[in-house]
Design a protein around this ligand. Structure first.
Ligand code: FAD
Length: 328
């Protein structure tokens, strides 16, 4: 009997597979080690070359090639994937819990009549069923979900697996196929990639970031946060609610719909640690979190944390650092 199939739907940008793709492969690899399933990585692209020799941790790579697949297009991707998935008949389909995956999961669920499990951080098999652990309500709740039979689409949260495990030593057998369906006359077309204007600071290049979350409470309180960042020789970035309120420019937002940053130090002040924010800062060298709520999910990714009122801490910290600098 052929083992059940896991299909990993790759995401890529500018000819490179993204971190979440490698994490999905790492997740699939873990499942194959325990239960011996077969993994296929499906890549949709106009040019197969950048992906043909990649040592991805899959049993095989299937590249579907078509000029309409040069960049992510939700309509083209859904049409192609529905055909490919019907053909491969996987038990489990992994997509990223990302903007791309969010676009795909709903339409594939509709086209293939398969359930979707969002926010997955862990997947394991138990008997005939597949058990998912999912982060819900902005990361505040963990849910256990079991799908007993049939195809299921799971959205994997970035940061849940080690991306290094998504590669192996050898290149798996790779097959390049034309699109199984006509992609002429699509109602949606990729025009251009628009990067946000960076303003005064490019937070992706700053080694020390002080992140302001809703715990900062008012625009006036940001002044103390700015002063602390200056003392540390860094810059202030923010969560989405801070930017949405117009307290800081859009280019300072970190997370899924903002910047991906990897500073040496990420000091998170009053940041809850919602998955959409964590996606943008989880790879920082040292993460220090200050939050009055000891259950805040930010502490799951922080190396150090303090459950204190940031409004009291920030001026004291800035003064102590200044004093230490003066004494040096
Ligand atoms: C499609 C989509 C994309 C998104 N993209 C992004 C994104 O790119 N970036 C992003 O950040 N969010 C994004 N979000 C929003 C995200 O889900 C969260 O709502 C957001 O990150 C929460 O921001 P926060 O941590 O500042 O606020 P909250 O979740 O409200 O957390 C505030 C925290 O401050 C703490 N606190 C309160 N007072 C104090 C105090 N005095 N001292 C210390 N701690 C205190 C609280 O305990 C709490 O944990 C996105 C959401 C969606 C649906």
């Amino acid at each position: 009997m052929t083992p059940p199939e896991i299909v990993v739907v790759a995401e890529h940008l500018a000819g490179e597979v993204t971190d979440v793709t490698l994490e999905m492969l790492a997740c699939a690899r873990e499942l194959t080690h325990t239960i011996g399933w077969h993994v296929t990585c499906v890549i949709l692209a106009d040019d197969p070359k950048p992906f043909e020799a990649l040592p991805l941790a899959s049993g095989r790579t299937v590249i579907v090639q078509d000029p309409s697949l040069s960049s992510f297009n939700p309509v083209a991707y859904s049409k192609v994937l529905a055909h490919v998935l019907r053909d491969l008949g996987p038990r489990l389909v992994l997509v990223g819990n990302t903007n791309v995956g969010t676009d795909l999961a709903g339409s594939l669920s509709h086209l293939l009549d398969a359930p979707v499990v969002g926010g997955c951080i862990r997947i394991r098999s138990e008997g005939e069923g597949i058990l998912f652990t999912s982060r819900m309500c902005g990361g505040k709740l963990l849910a256990q979900i079991e799908v007993r039979d049939g195809m299921v689409i799971a959205m994997l949260l970035p940061g849940s697996f080690n991306r290094e495990e998504g590669m192996q030593d050898q290149v798996p057998p790779t097959e390049v196929r034309p699109s199984p369906v006509s992609l002429k006359g699509l109602p949606v077309r990729f025009l251009e990639l628009v990067e946000p204007s960076l303003g005064d600071v490019d937070v992706r290049k700053v080694p020390i970031l002080v992140a302001a979350g809703r715990g900062v409470q008012s625009k006036a309180n940001l002044e103390a946060v700015e002063a602390l960042a200056k003392t540390l020789g860094g810059a202030v970035c923010a969560t989405r609610p801070i930017v949405d309120q117009g307290w800081l420019p859009r280019a300072r937002q970190v997370g899924r719909s903002g910047m991906i940053v990897k500073p040496r130090l990420y000091l998170a002040l009053g940041v809850s640690g919602a998955p959409e924010h964590v996606e943008g800062m989880k790879d920082s060298g040292l993460i220090v979190a200050v939050n009055t709520d000891p259950e805040a999910p930010i502490f799951d990714v922080a190396h150090f944390g303090a459950t204190v009122d940031l409004l009291k801490l920030v001026p004291i910290l800035a003064a102590r650092i200044e004093a230490a600098k003066g004494g040096a």
